[in-house]
Design a binder for this molecule. Structure first.
Ligand SMILES: [Fe+2]
Ligand SMILES: [Fe+2]
Length: 470
């Protein structure tokens, strides 16, 4: 099942040649995708040779090939993880029934919406990041940016394949719309607000890949549980690629911390002004970026209490991430104590699944913080990075618009307005970070605000010419 035919226009392991109608429809969409890539993808680097990973199969060992590619020539393909023989629905009200190979009529519009919402985030992030190449801190980072970008492009392909293959004409129309909406566009913005935030500096890029790509991981994990088997198989393979995106975020922030600690040691101070004057990111500033991107990404999980989440779970469309790790997979008799502004409320577990997902996401977010804090502790510094309270800066759910501090304390609107600049980047902070963003594009060289990576890509040295700019 995992053999790929590379002589085909669209590499795939879904036997596209066996379905001429579908193949033609996707070959018709392909030039539209390429137009979008050239117009909205990484600006000014389409002719560069980039050392990229390309998915070529779904085999656990050896699913990717590495080599220099011009991005518009990247082989975006369609890959589904191998089918699990006689897989059955393993959560919700239809436990034990066979999974669906076609979309059941009654779930058609909900499934389409889930796929379109996921699909929309993929090209959105490419658009958000399209100018970052101009200010890369190293060729290694530039390559990682482009790797993330082409893979988000492939994730778009993955969702478009499902739309074309299983949703007929509506699906084809949705596939066109995925290229027509644009991040931050006043008339046709992307669906979710985080994906309309500009990413104009690399500190934001590292935070985005750490927090927002991790939201992607959790959404993919929950869709990988789906009773709609093609969606499950698609998402399972996407997760393989997604791991690298979070690696870019975790190591990126880790390298910022490392460089800052070096500067602090060199100057013998933790004074932010002095650290900034030396061209590094002080830890309180980094904390503001973490607060911003973490809180923004938390909104992506939706309202704490959600009848949609309950219905999607009950009908088997969307499970919890790592569903198998739970005991109860029906949840009809379970409740959850939910912290609301009015106090603790008991809500049916089924309706609180967005919150369950948000909690497991936050646990995953803690892993990097522990690592960064260990480095800070080892350097003898007392500062500790933290995650903001999930009630901080919410624009959805029961805490929406409430003046809550990153420590989770409800304060007055006045005080909140006065202090918000202590918690998320101010215009001056952003201007400072922008001032650090100068392109470094010589092999082995690195910008002064971030430490070099510990190792290169695919066993190559750190000073390898990962992008040949010509
Ligand atoms: Fe993605
Ligand atoms: Fe991603």
């Amino acid at each position: 099942m995992s053999g790929i035919n590379y002589s085909e226009k669209i590499p795939n392991n879904v036997n596209l040649v066996g379905d001429r109608t579908l193949q033609r429809a996707l070959e018709h969409w392909q030039p539209h995708f390429l137009d979008w890539w050239r117009g909205m993808g990484p600006a000014d680097f389409q002719g560069a040779d980039v050392y990229l990973r390309t998915a070529v199969s779904v085999d656990a060992d050896g699913w990717a090939q590495y080599g220099a590619v011009k991005m518009p020539d990247y082989r975006w393909g369609i890959f589904l993880a191998d089918a699990v023989p006689s897989r059955t629905i393993h959560f919700g009200d239809n436990i034990g029934q066979p999974v669906w190979q076609q979309v059941p009529g009654e779930h058609r519009s909900t499934l389409r919406r889930l796929i379109v919402t996921q699909g929309d985030t993929e090209p959105a992030s490419v658009e958000q990041q399209r100018l970052l190449g101009h200010t890369c801190p190293s060729l290694y980072d530039l390559r990682n940016l482009f790797q993330v970008n082409v893979e988000e492009g492939r994730h778009l392909w993955a969702m478009v394949y499902l739309l074309h293959a299983y949703f007929g004409r509506d699906g084809r129309e949705e596939a066109e719309e995925l290229l027509a909406r644009h991040s931050g566009d006043a008339d046709k913005p992307r669906i979710l607000s985080t994906f309309n935030e500009p990413i104009s500096d690399w500190l934001s890029f590292y935070c985005f890949t750490y927090f927002t790509d991790r939201d992607g991981k959790y959404q993919l994990k929950s869709l990988a549980e789906s009773a709609f088997d093609p969606l499950s198989r698609t998402c399972r393979f996407m997760l393989t690629e997604e791991a690298h995106h979070m690696f870019v975020g975790e190591t990126g922030i880790g390298r910022v911390v490392k460089r800052t600690l070096e500067v602090m040691k060199e100057l013998g101070t933790d004074d932010p002004a002095k650290i900034r004057a030396h061209g590094a990111v002080d830890l309180p500033l980094l904390q503001k970026y973490l607060n911003f991107w973490c809180s923004s990404s938390l909104d992506l999980f939706g309202s704490e209490i959600s009848s949609n989440a309950a219905a999607n779970f009950a009908s088997g469309l969307k499970g919890r991430p790592d569903e198998a790790s739970y005991d109860d997979h029906v949840l009809r008799d379970k409740t959850l104590d939910l912290e609301t502004p009015k106090g603790v409320e008991k809500v049916p577990m089924l309706n609180a699944l967005n919150e369950v997902m948000r909690e497991s996401y936050l646990k995953d977010c803690e892993i990097g913080l522990k690592r960064w804090n260990r480095a800070i502790e080892r350097a003898g510094q007392s500062f500790r990075l933290t995650l903001p309270s999930p009630h901080f800066r919410r624009s959805i759910g029961s805490w929406v618009g409430l003046p809550v501090t990153p420590q989770g304390k409800l304060i007055s609107q006045d005080e909140y307005a006065k202090r918000i600049g202590e918690w998320i980047p101010t215009e001056a902070d952003k201007a400072f970070v922008r001032s650090l963003m100068k392109r470094v594009a010589e092999p082995g060289k690195i910008a002064g605000w971030v430490a070099p990576p510990e190792r290169g890509i695919n066993n190559l040295p750190v000073d390898y010419e990962y992008v040949k700019l010509h």
